[in-house]
Ligand binder design. Sequence first.
Ligand code: KPC
Length: 524
Amino acid sequence: MDVRDRHLNLAEWNALIEESLADPASEPILNLDPAPADPVYDAVFVGGGAGGRFGAAYMRAMGGRPLILDSWPFLGGSCPHQACVPHHLFSEAAEELDRMRWFSDELFFPKFDPSRAGILEMVRLFLAGRGSAHAFMNWQTKEQLDVEFVLNARATIVDRTTVTAAGRTFRARNLVLGMGARPVRPEIPGLDLPGVFDFVSLVEELDYEPARCVIIGGSKVAMEYGAFFHATGCDTTIVSRSPLMRTKSLHHVDEDLRQYVVGGMRKRGMEILEGAHPVSVNGDGAVRSVTVRLESGEQREIETDFVFLGLGERPNVAQAVAALGVEVGPTGRVVANRRMQTSVPGVYAIGDMIDGPMEMFKARKSGVTAARNIMGEDLEFDFTEFPDFLHTTYEVTWVGLTEAEARATRDDVIVIQMPPYVEGLDTPNLPLPCAEGTMLYAFSKPELSGFQKLVVDGATRKVLGAHHCGYGAKDAFQYLDHLIHRPEGLTIDELGWMNELFLNPEHFVQLSRLRAGKARLTHL
Ligand code: KPC
């Protein structure tokens, strides 16, 4: 379908996308300039996920001519379809359910009715609503960003300047590969049984309400989805080789934060088996149990009707390797430099295809970095340091060094934390921290009201790291990341002189101000 001269509204886009998704024989969606001054594109973005969409939009804004090709009938990629957006919906449900359970029949809360909480209902809620984000991405990209695209058509890379899709051949001076990643499936027997899901098949295929869950893996996805499943009333066991939050893909996780977060999951009844290996998934026509080898070496069979894989993701590199011979590193991802250039001249790789965190900021900024370099800028994107987050029933955020990392390289490390660590002090009953989202806990179940820690270099007075478990601090961590990673950094004096919007979720501004008067800093 040629949509170039049609200006579909959001409902019309939504309908077209839904029809296209439902019909495997549906037509490609073409938004192509019929009479370009130059028939060769500045870049073809293979993949219109976050990286491709932002890269193409930036290139267009700079006056270049990009083309996006995607096999899905919408732009935005897995984020609005199967990944970030459902994760955030489910995590918000987990937060609400957690509060409703703790306060069941207290204050103004009704008695918690577990029959009204379910995974399937939330999946259906997501499925019913996800099309509106898809529609908006298409509308915005066409009408506001003026980017050409071919959707609902699988692209075939012919060589480093040629790609075919929808029966047409497109020529470009550069290719930008943003072909995403897919969930890892381990080599254990029984994974083909009905009842085994990952974050993709969960939203695409779940058709029953699970009663009991075993999660294989200890990734962020394992923790986030596990916390959600458990909050709905589906008793959940996580089987992880590494301790949670100590998996290779997470950096700068402070041990006190980790203890609070993982302890909080256990406090809510989740079973977390660390140092444990899955042996097999068992069943006859459907999943019945998972056999696990525990850290002790003993084997245990856990009955379950629902297995969820949370082992991370593997990039989709096969076509790029076969067609272009791009170099792939030991992690299985395409090797790219800080300009996102691969080993093949004129070919860039972005997003989840390259090393580094499979996070939105990297996806989008790597796409933009490729675009800006193609347009002649000399720009490097270094994503070795970045703020990070995950959800349990809480929002957990962190940036910069942990206390242990700081102590390993410095003699004078100052910690400002809440609750404060003072040997013997009865902090479990201290209603602090309290702020957005934790006020009710603070006044009624103080041990649930969160944890936060600021790590400061006593010699330079610079903030080295910040760590938070609670609600509402994620925005602040974006800015803290920027401030502490500036060449001049951020001192406790500057932080303590900021204007707090009281009761700010992390109390770092006022806590810093309480200490900043001291010439020689001490813990708080
Ligand atoms: C609502 C929302 O931004 C989720 S979808 C994001 C896809 S993209 O803008 O292409 O990164």
